[in-house]
Design a binder for this molecule. Structure first.
Ligand code: EPZ
Length: 420
């Protein structure tokens, strides 16, 4: 397994261009299953997660071509059973359920396992499918959904942790070919949900209200092929902005929609790192007034759970006592033990991390666990004295396109050590 070595203490400067959004690409690639006609998607990041999704589409019978960031899919004749050996690698595989149900009126997908950020139930997805008239069976580690026909309905998708992003995606993709009108109450508002709705509408769907808590879908007889550019990845952008806060001398993140990272830039400004926004580029440079912060993660437009670990890395070196509360995935703290190995002082109290800022972090061998926790360890390594060795970097490669290379281009002393 590859490792990443970071020689800390080298300031970053310069600019990076944000890649296409992983969390937008995955449901949009799944949505290509909804038509026999070819679809072309531009800006798909080169990640193991997008690779897994393409494998699933191929296994289902679609023709797939990839040329750098452009993916062409023709799902002319497809099956409805997604392969366990690929699905088990990526929870987001669950978002093929909706389009397969919508197109084939049946689907079989292995249940997503739990993962290090906590239990990953799909009860809201299944409730939505049943609301459209589908029967749901869970057997042999698979979830099977089938319906002689799908009929529009009013469905509330709010759960005890708020809206569900992929659940909202799955519902839209199942409802676009249903008879009649579907109303999703308590829908997720994430920009990636809006990007999927825009893609579906370009295919001929009739979706209104994406980006609000109430999405209305009028079913149509069939969808046609289309071409689409995926939105930039707001979490990658946020990760680089935090890098600029932790050890920057002025870095600029290019090709980002400022509104998509508003909660992140507001949080950075609140702990002493104001940003400068110009068109679709955001610059950050420390001004020596870093201060502690009280932060909670919430559904969009609140502060994203996917940026919580990165902020813990920043706040571990920010003077004062910060309090971070994780409202989306209460167990999403795999990074805390590893950051403490680097000298961070933080204590977990349920879903809350209490962080006492320290003057220095120290390089150490640390282990990546999930996608965003891994990024947090790299960020801490940029600041730490000495060398930090991050192992199991395949977690990083799931969601960040060339993270080490992009940081190196900004001046980080970082190298990837290929596994023997
Ligand atoms: C999406 O996951 C993202 N993944 C996650 O990003 C992100 O952290 C998450 O949304 C929250 O923003 C993709 O888009 C591929 P949810 P998703 O359904 O849709 C509970 C990353 O790092 N819930 O919005 O799977 C759930 O347990 C990944 O890029 C139910 O209770 O998350 C959680 O507490 C990690 N029942 C909350 O809702 C359900 O049926 C939000 O989960 C579904 C979810």
């Amino acid at each position: 397994m590859d490792k990443i070595l970071i020689h800390g203490g080298h300031p970053l400067s310069g600019s990076i261009k944000v890649s296409g959004s992983k969390n937008s690409s995955l449901p949009i690639l799944a949505a290509t299953l909804l038509t026999r006609e070819p679809c072309v998607v531009h800006g798909v990041p080169d990640l193991s997660d997008t690779h897994y999704m393409l494998q699933i589409l191929i296994h289902l019978g679609a023709q797939v071509e990839r040329a750098s960031g452009t993916v062409s899919v023709s799902a002319d004749n497809i099956g409805s059973v997604a392969p366990y050996d690929v699905v088990r690698k990526m929870r987001a595989s669950i978002c093929v359920l909706g389009p397969l149900l919508g197109r084939c009126k049946e689907a079989t997908v292995s249940l997503p396992g739990g993962c290090v950020i906590g239990d990953r139930p799909i009860d809201l997805h299944l409730k939505g499918f049943e609301g459209l008239g589908a029967a749901v069976r869970v057997e042999g580690g698979n979830v099977k959904v089938f319906a002689p026909k799908l009929t529009g309905a009013v469905i509330n998708l709010r759960g005890k942790f708020g809206p569900t992003v992929l659940g909202t995606d799955n519902m839209m993709m199942a409802a676009v070919l249903a008879d009649g009108v579907t109303v999703i109450e308590g829908a997720a508002q994430e920009p990636e949900v809006v990007d999927l709705a825009n893609f579906l509408n370009k295919m001929g769907a009739k979706i209104e209200g994406a980006g609000t808590r109430r999405i209305i879908i009028e079913g149509v007889a069939a969808l046609h092929g289309t071409e689409h550019d995926v939105i930039p990845d707001r979490i990658e952008a946020g990760t680089f902005l935090v890098a600029g806060a932790i050890c920057g001398q002025g870095i600029t993140v290019k090709r980002i929609e400022p509104e998509h990272v508003r909660s992140i830039t507001d949080a950075l400004a609140s702990c002493g790192f104001p940003v400068n926004i110009a068109d679709h580029a955001i610059s950050i440079s420390p001004n020596g007034e870093a201060k502690a912060l009280e932060l909670t993660t919430d559904p969009y437009p609140g502060f994203p759970s996917d940026m919580q670990a990165q902020m813990c890395a920043l706040l571990s070196t920010t003077d004062g006592i910060s309090v971070v509360t994780e409202n989306i995935f209460p167990q999403r703290y795999m990074h805390v033990a590893e950051l403490k190995r680097m000298g961070a002082q933080m204590q977990l109290e349920g879903a809350t991390a209490v962080i006492q800022g320290v003057d220095r972090l120290f390089g150490a061998p640390v282990m990546a666990s999930d996608l965003r926790a891994s990024a947090a360890l790299v960020l801490a390594g940029l600041k730490a004295d000495g060398i930090t060795e991050v192992s199991r970097v395949y977690h990083i490669d799931r969601g960040y396109e060339r993270l080490d290379e992009k940081l190196s281009e900004l001046g980080a002393h970082i190298e990837r050590v290929k596994a023997a």
